[in-house]
Design a protein around this ligand. Structure first.
Ligand code: GLY
Length: 416
């Protein structure tokens, strides 16, 4: 079987790495890929016709979509009449991520545990809500914003500033939602679904802020680990009962066409688990730890979702812990320089996985930086301590000008 993985990040590197291990896979292409992926094809993720022509010419059987944008734009719908299968939800179902308002209303319709929310009609209503909650609100732009459309506020002034910023960036009519701010521990739970059943992978934790101690601006994610020691079976069962199963029932009741990966971004509060957001694809950087921790065959899981036979699948996992440290370009998530030569990768021990994100190879086959997040260094260990130690030992061998990384990845898994 020939597969095209769509995307260019470390998530897609991890997906193509895992798919390549399947005995039934003949070749995995990555469109457009990066300096670490094999069989790259320079076609943009939203160029559906270009993707289609390539897949027809190369005899590709299956498309595995990494990022949300092509899903929200309807790549699944585009291929509906074609014999090439696309793994992911269709455009309607992708609104679970593509529209924060629609997703929140879906949660409410189906009794999914989530924080209160408001869709204010005018400035008076905004003022009233903001004053009532003393500004303890989260303001979210309705559409896709690559993680930049969420503003966590602690005062009424911050709420107004967030709304101004959304209107400045996305236009004066930009839709947004106000949500009650809740606090607790964040957790990512990601599963496969064929629309009837769901199989969850190991719970994981992302590290969004740029600097140690969760300080600094939010990023696409500076590291991840799995499993999460404080997330025990009882908590997973509660999450399943109050969030995952009501979501699945909602998908069925509304007749959504969902054969793909579903991501639950959770906050574990004193009152229980609350759903912050859905994503309709694998998380990044969570994928870089949850796929190495998955023993089961990714292709078989993908096909069973497409065939509607997920019920027959039992997932197997490694017993180890996995830690991913992201190496980033100085200045990220604001402006940063590119084109820095990456050194030391050949010094890294063989059992370490290095998934590339913003990298490129030049004409001399030198590896250069080409993005904010550059490399994901993934190590495993029988406990979280040893996985952390191995990851940072490997990080110590890699360098590029102005490289930076967090030094406390996965510590929150030990401290709690
Ligand atoms: N790690 C969060 C995301 O992928 O959106």
């Amino acid at each position: 079987m020939k597969i095209a993985v769509i995307g260019s990040g470390a998530r897609e590197h991890a997906i193509s790495w895992k798919l390549s291990q399947s005995p039934r896979v003949e070749k995995v292409f990555v469109l457009p890929g990066n300096g670490g992926t094999q069989n790259n094809v320079d076609i943009a993720v939203n160029d559906f016709e270009g993707i289609k022509q390539f897949c027809i010419n190369e005899g590709v059987d299956l498309i595995f979509v990494g990022p949300e944008d092509p899903l929200a734009r309807g790549i699944v719908d585009y291929f509906k009449e074609s014999s090439i299968r696309v793994f992911g939800p269709d455009r309607q179902a992708a609104r679970l991520e593509g529209s924060k308002i629609w997703a929140k209303q879906f949660m409410k319709r189906h009794g999914v545990a989530t924080a209160d929310f408001w869709l204010p009609k005018d400035a008076d209503e905004i003022r009233q809500i903001a004053q009532e909650l003393d500004g303890h609100l989260v303001v979210k732009y309705d559409g896709l914003a690559a993680g930049k459309g969420v503003f966590v506020c602690s005062s009424t002034q911050e709420v107004y500033t967030a709304i101004d910023e959304i209107e400045r960036r996305y236009g004066p009519d930009a839709a947004f939602i106000l949500e009650r701010k809740i606090s607790g521990r964040e957790l990512s739970v990601i599963g496969f679904t064929d629309g009837k059943d769901i199989r969850l992978l190991l719970p994981s934790q992302d590290h969004k802020p740029a600097y140690d101690g969760d300080q600094g601006p939010n990023t696409g994610g500076m590291g991840a680990f799995c499993p999460v020691p404080w997330c025990d079976e009882a908590l997973m069962n509660r999450i399943d009962r109050t969030i995952v199963q009501p979501t699945l029932q909602g998908i069925q009741k509304e007749g959504l066409d969902y054969h793909g990966v579903l991501y639950f971004g959770l906050m574990i509060t004193d009152q229980g688990a609350q759903l912050l957001e859905y994503n309709v694809r694998f998380g990044d950087p969570e994928t870089e730890v949850i796929l190495p921790a998955l023993q089961s065959d990714l292709l078989e899981l993908t096909l069973s979702c497409l065939d509607g036979t997920l019920k027959e699948q039992r997932l197997e996992f490694e017993s180890d812990y996995f830690v991913d440290v992201v190496l980033a370009s100085g200045g990220y998530p604001a402006a940063y320089e590119k084109g820095k030569e990456i050194k030391g990768l050949q010094e890294v021990d063989e059992e370490i996985l290095v998934f590339h994100a913003g990298t490129v190879r030049d004409a001399q086959d030198r590896l250069l930086t080409a993005g904010g997040r550059v490399l994901n260094v993934v190590a495993r260990g029988a406990d979280l301590h040893s996985a952390i130690e191995r990851a940072y030992k490997a990080v110590g061998k890699i360098s590029f000008d102005q490289m930076f990384f967090r030094r406390d990845i996965a510590r929150k898994g030990i401290a709690l």
